[in-house]
Design a protein around this ligand. Sequence first.
Ligand code: GTP
Ligand code: MG
Length: 609
Amino acid sequence: MNKKLNTNEKLRNIAIIAHVDHGKTTLVDFMFKQSGMFRANQELEDRVMDSMDLERERGITISAKNCSVFWKGVKVNILDTPGHADFGGEVERALMMVDGAILLVDASEGPLPQTRFVLKKALESNKKIIVVINKIDRKDARPKEVLNEIYDLFIDLDATEKQIEFPVLYAIGREGIAQLTPEDRGTDLQPLFDEILKEIPPPIYDVDEPFQMLVADLDYSDYIGRLAIGKVAHGSAKTNDNLVCINEENQTIPLKISKLQAYEGLSLKEVEVAEAGDIIVIAGIENVHIGDTICNQLQPKAMKRVAVDEPTISMVFGINTSPFSGKEGKYVQSAKIRERLYKETLRNVALKVEDGESKDSFIVKGRGEFQMAILVETLRRDGFELSIGRPHVIYKHKDGKKLEPIEHLFVDCGEAFIGIVTDKLSQRKGRMINLVNHSTGRVRIEFSIPSRGLIGYRNEFLTDTKGTGILNSYLQGYEEYRGDYPLRLTGSLVSDRQGQTTGYALFNLEPRGVLFVTPGEDVYEGMIVGEHNKDNDLNVNACRPKKLSNMRASSKDEGIILTPVTPLTLERAIEFINDDEIVEVTPKNIRLRKAELSAMARYRGDRAF
Ligand SMILES: Nc1nc2c(ncn2[C@@H]2O[C@H](COP(=O)(O)OP(=O)(O)OP(=O)(O)O)[C@@H](O)[C@H]2O)c(=O)[nH]1
Ligand SMILES: [Mg+2]
């Protein structure tokens, strides 16, 4: 083929990738501040890219976001990505748009499971990597060893010789400093910016090709409708241009660009012309999906669709069928929930939604229970009421065998906890593959364990290790099903009636287990009010009043001191429930309940969900 390739020297597109909390968003803050995008006296919030409410509250990045800075006359588009394993789909999506990546590694923690995942994705798509060993200000920083571990990781991932010759920088992201050796005393991020301009290739395009762009992200604006985001592969486009969109079925759908935007700093700016290599936002098409190609009408040519990793867990979402349904939320109908869930899949490549067995239920598939919890939390804040079932892993079948997803799990904990951790993980079909004792009082243990064994384990692990243990895992692949084990060793305390809880009743229930409710809460028959400390369910009366006198309201039992109740978070609720239980979610409350509410029907063995 006769290709006339050219490069756009005025542009660089990079993604920042790392394990969770290694400092990506903080580094982007300082890249902003130092590139002069902000006036000297302008206040910039910390972790400005974490703009969603949930991100700010939890201090983590959930969705990948784009921004741009100018350095020495070159526009650098920066994509900040999440480091939590459940949002790995966002990283895959971000990598579709860039020519290189900054791999950030904590100078003390070294490469962790998600470092491996993101690096693997970046190497597979042949991105140029700049390694930045970050947080060298930490007292326990060990930059030289960490660098060796990074080399080992590259080798382990079968990097080519060229890929292994990566440039390395050392940084204190939180102070906006990068330097070429660990010993230097840097003052700013100039070495990092210079390295980006030098090492990350400018976007390459074919001068003879007309406009072509792979849709890597979608957004929505109430004013201009659906927005398609991607890097212009070849050619250029102007507002009002007539183009086509090629979808997965290879159909071409005509479109007219109603608005063209590009990233400038933190916001979008309308542009006349989109040039080759830039990351742009196109308005003017309603029916567009991630992976589609937007291109010229006369020579429509689809780009290769990027395959992203398959979801590993599934959960049933349904309407709220509790006696309190419709009291606390704005949206309760299945049509609304359905519409909202399908809309979410347009934005999130790692999420799949299917209609469920009944018209009021939907099967949502994703990468982990945390991703699910975040989705449910988002819906809840939007005013939805819904019910959700226990997460299940997605099995595969091959040659008549049932295969299940297996994780490689890294446990870091105090020596004293080796026993309990190993014990619990082997109950869940985990196999120990390595144990390293650093002689510092802490150990690192590696396990190979079915993904289903980790559902519901994280909370237990934190309790078992007194809050000091660290758990990390990555999906290793599929293996033959390792057999059943009991899901939860405890039963539930289930309310046998509708009413309001009393301190008196709860006080008397305390010896039976751990309670989830406080006095004065509305409960209904079939609602779970606590975890039973035996393995069976127990129907209880949580509303029993103390002998009533005229003087005292039944829910105010003076003189009773109850053990404080830890508020139920969504994650805890999702991890807790058994197969015959569901979580009721409303904007105001999270309740646990039996799927079948009637104690009589449960006794007879009827099935409701
Ligand atoms: N000691 C030290 N701490 C840092 C440095 N940079 C960031 N941190 C801290 O590390 C924590 C995580 O920072 P973030 O920037 O949110 O990390 P992230 O990689 O964006 O996290 P996710 O997006 O959730 O994956 C914060 O508490 C930062 O203050 C650094 O250079 N030194
Ligand atoms: Mg972040």
